[in-house]
Design a protein around this ligand. Structure first.
Ligand code: AVI
Length: 332
């Protein structure tokens, strides 16, 4: 049963659902219609994304895995420069697949560090923490169930060890899902919370042959399509809407001029959808789109510019053998 509209403000409501209600109410009134990809990640969306990371066309995860595996010794050298202990803070850890390569190696080298995964999904965080603690019982794990920026502010305020260095990990090209101005604000806020010498390692998907990028968001198994359409399923469930999923299609564009891959949901016919909890009906023309995601691809000058604008110095550039992806170390 879907609660009535008035109940949306009840304190028992998960903030996620309130956010979604606001996003849908405003976004479907815009031209073109839009709903942010932040809302992709319900349980089913997170599961689908975990599968996408393994499809042959989605090169991002494999490229970054290769980088971290190849350069783990160099990374440890940078993180624990002059033998200082460090606190690894991972924003949006997911299933930790890539990070585990680092934890494994750092542990084997007896590095002195702690690990603080940050996620807004309590379930994902609990699972990851249990998993990591069972694999590395000696490692201190401080999970933070919070928005990224809240966690950064808290961690920088109450540093366990005054002499330790903070190392923020932001992998997977999650930064590509931010609008360009938001990305600068995000990095600037982090850089302001850090102290000189602290580090941030970010994964950036790089510009390359447009066909390679286009294929990554149009996999043959149709997982990306299911991932995009799942947003409508979520709105049906959480806001009492009646989107007919078979009347919408997945469509992706990549523009080598802007470096933006964009995902859309396309209405396959003229139709009206009712969103009960918002007491709203929404009309679609045949072929009309809802813009759902930007996945930005970067050039090295883009990344250098981002570092400069946000108060960081770019100190190291790690890439895979195909130069598809880069993990870039910024220093405060
Ligand atoms: C999470 N993020 C970096 C993914 C991306 O590539 O933009 C999400 C995704 N969207 C479609 N496929 C994967």
């Amino acid at each position: 049963r879907h609660p009535a509209h008035a109940e949306l403000t009840a304190t028992t409501d998960a903030p996620d659902r309130l956010d979604l209600a606001r996003e849908v109410r405003e976004g479907l009134n815009k031209t073109p219609k839009r709903i942010s990809s932040r809302f992709f990640y319900d349980a089913e969306g997170s599961r689908l994304f975990a599968e996408i990371m393994h499809v042959p066309e989605y090169y991002l995860t494999r490229s970054e895995y290769e980088i971290l595996d190849t350069h783990k010794a160099d990374l440890l050298h940078c993180f624990s420069h002059d033998g200082k202990p460090f606190e690894l803070i991972e924003l949006g850890a997911g299933d930790g697949l890539k990070t585990k390569v680092l934890l494994e190696y750092f542990g084997a080298q007896n590095a002195s560090f702690t690990y603080a995964p940050v996620d807004i999904s309590a379930d994902a965080l609990r699972e990851l923490t249990t998993d990591i603690q069972s694999q590395w019982p000696q490692l201190t794990v401080n999970p933070q169930h919070a928005e990224y920026l809240t966690a950064i502010a808290q961690l920088s305020q109450r540093r366990a060890d005054e002499s330790s260095r903070l190392v923020v990990l932001f992998l997977g090209s999650n930064i590509g899902n931010f609008a360009p101005a938001e990305a600068v604000d995000f990095f600037r806020t982090i850089s302001e919370a850090l102290r000189p010498g602290d580090l941030m390692l970010t994964g950036f998907d790089l510009q390359k042959h447009p066909a390679v990028i286009h294929a990554a968001y149009n996999d043959r198994q149709g997982l990306t399509r299911a991932f995009n359409l799942n947003l409508l399923r979520r709105i049906n469930r959480e806001l009492g809407a009646n989107f007919n999923l078979s009347a919408f299609d997945h469509y992706e564009t990549y523009s080598p001029e802007t470096g933006e891959a964009r995902s859309y949901l396309v209405s396959q016919k003229k139709q009206t959808v009712t969103i009960e909890d918002l007491q709203q009906t929404v009309s679609f023309e045949a072929g009309e789109v809802i813009h759902t995601e930007i996945s930005r691809k970067f050039t090295r000058p883009d990344i250098e510019h981002l570092a400069r604008q946000s108060g960081f110095a770019l100190t190291k550039w790690f890439t895979d053998c195909k130069h598809y992806f880069a993990d870039v170390l910024f220093r405060k």
